[in-house]
Design a protein around this ligand. Structure first.
Ligand code: ADE
Length: 239
């Protein structure tokens, strides 16, 4: 997968994008991330990227020209890839696991990180998606782009050591993940549930499903409402 990020602050990505799973994916050649500073594409002699809004109003807006030219350079450098161009915007569609799964199937993702008060409306005509990472306003799109890149790249085949672990994640199954335990069997009087130690896989699976349902019902009833429950789930919920 190829990822381009358009940002005024490429240094913000240096640490986070090189470490851990993302770093390994790049070393193994499964992922190539390229950062570009769209200030470098400003046609203005002072390299400005923002300007006052027509009609007045508070704050500055990002200009369309530097972002347009930066995107054109990316298209010229990779003419043959199918691109998904994502504008980071608190007013965009909420990012979720389904979107991360869709992104992970793409060949080439391009993220545009905004700053200042907002975008010249014409920037929206250059993109395929407008996405928010949550109902709060950040100082810029960089942290949002990192969140989306992290959630997407860990879904690429062979990036996570254990492929199964991405499929059973909270949110992939539609339920929050059930409680899990590792050694010791007792810690400060807190015990591992007996059922997990007896080796009966059918009983363990039923316990895990029941606990996942319980946790989802307690913490995220909105998720249960959206799900189609199986007969087994209905029965466990009634218990
Ligand atoms: N830029 C500022 N706030 C944002 C948010 N919540 N999501 C995406 N981009 C943003």
């Amino acid at each position: 997968m190829r990822i381009d990020v358009l940002t005024l602050f490429p240094k913000m990505f240096e640490g986070p994008m090189g470490e851990s799973i993302l770093g390994k994916a790049q070393e193994k050649g499964q992922l190539e991330i390229k950062l570009s500073n769209f200030r470098d594409y400003s046609a203005n002699k002072h390299h400005t990227v923002d300007d006052y809004p027509y009609g007045g109003g508070a704050g500055m807006l990002l200009k369309v020209q530097p972002i347009y030219d930066n995107l054109e350079a990316i298209k010229k450098a990779s003419p043959d890839t199918k691109k998904r161009i994502v504008l980071l915007d608190p007013a965009g569609a909420p990012f979720n696991q389904k979107m991360a799964e869709d992104f992970s199937q793409e060949e080439h993702l391009v993220f545009i990180c905004g700053h200042y008060e907002g975008y010249d409306e014409r920037i929206r005509s250059l993109v395929t998606d407008e996405v928010s990472i949550g109902d709060y306003v950040l100082t810029g799109g960089e942290l949002g782009a990192m969140v989306m890149i992290d959630a997407t790249v860990r879904l690429l085949p062979e990036v996570l050591g254990n492929e199964l672990s991405a499929k059973t994640d909270s949110h992939s199954t539609g339920l929050l993940e059930h409680p899990q335990y590792t050694r010791p069997a007792v810690f400060n009087d807190m015990e591992v549930p007996e059922v997990l130690k007896n080796g009966n896989h059918k009983l363990i699976e039923t316990w895990q499903l029941k606990e996942a349902l319980r946790r989802t019902w307690q913490r995220r009833p909105d998720m249960l409402e959206k799900m189609e429950l199986t007969a087994e789930m209905e029965e466990l919920l009634e218990e």
